[in-house]
Design a protein. Structure first.
Lengths: 100, 173
């Protein structure tokens, strides 16, 4: 059987990769993908603790996290499209003015 | 034993996909490696007995959200990452230490939780199939009885997100 800490280690590795990608990457879409990676890491620890404590509430929380992530992806990608239309770039270093 | 072997296979796929996301320069490669991460996470959820969450992970995350990402990448014709010559390196300097600190926290959690590890989890829930823990029926009972109000509130959130996406992505006349 798999100990709980293995799941937590995997969850922390995924979250750390997400943080590193968020800071290192310059492409706005890849930064967004890193955020999704972080959310997935958190979801894994929710499900692992739900199995450990034998409580289904963890699965409900994961469901809500997924709903919020889907809404966030829809709005965020719309913002990315709007930014690309005015700036013609996806590099976050070139998007440094509030008004053109 | 079988559960442990399966866990290590899918965990290796997960970590490999996550590292590949960081290494790849082109966003479409990063998006596809994130799909690998999500697919193997769904199988790990099955190992934990979370059937409903595994199904939703595949349908909503690996299906809908990632299709949206790939669609936008192709719509905007996103190319390889270009680095400006005078750009700030602070983020790169912080990124790697953040990864190391994250893994350090991991080690701390492992050493702290060794007492919990005596109760092993996963495996039999998916093997014998008669266990009701985490199947759609059990989750549905909880969701529509105890958590009905939050569930209804998320529908308003989704509605607002749809309207926001339409308004933001609309072409101005």
């Amino acid at each position: 059987m798999v100990p709980l800490s293995y799941y937590l280690v995997l969850s922390a590795i995924l979250f750390a990769c997400g943080v590193a990608g968020f800071l290192i990457k310059r492409n706005i879409i890849t930064i967004f993908l890193s955020i999704e990676l972080m959310l997935n890491g958190v979801n894994l620890s929710f499900v692992a603790f739900a199995a450990q404590l034998n409580k289904l509430e963890g699965h409900i929380f994961v469901f809500f996290v997924m709903v919020v992530a889907a809404a966030e992806a829809a709005v965020g990608l719309a913002i990315i499209i709007a930014v690309f239309r005015t700036r013609e770039t996806l590099n976050v270093d070139r998007v440094n003015l509030l008004k053109l | 034993m079988l559960a442990l072997v399966l866990f290590f296979i899918f965990a290796a796929l997960c970590v490999g996909g996550a590292i590949n996301l960081l290494v790849q320069k082109h966003p479409i490669n990063s998006a596809l490696s994130l799909i690998v991460v999500m697919g193997s996470l769904a199988l790990i959820y099955l190992l934990l007995g979370a059937e409903f969450v595994a199904a939703v992970q595949v349908i909503v995350y690996a299906g809908a959200v990632m299709v949206l990402f790939v669609f936008v990448i192709m719509l905007l014709n996103a190319g390889e990452e270009v680095r400006l010559p005078h750009e700030s390196r602070v983020a790169t300097m912080l990124g790697v230490p953040a990864l190391i600190i994250g893994l350090g926290i991991t080690a701390a959690v492992v050493s702290h939780l060794t007492g919990l590890d005596r109760i092993a989890i996963g495996g039999p829930t998916v093997m014998n199939g008669s266990d009701v823990f985490g199947n759609p029926q059990a989750v549905g009972h909880l969701l529509f009885r105890n958590y009905l109000l939050p569930f209804e509130v998320t529908s308003i959130l989704i509605l607002i997100a749809i309207m926001g996406a339409v308004v933001l992505a609309r072409r101005e006349e």
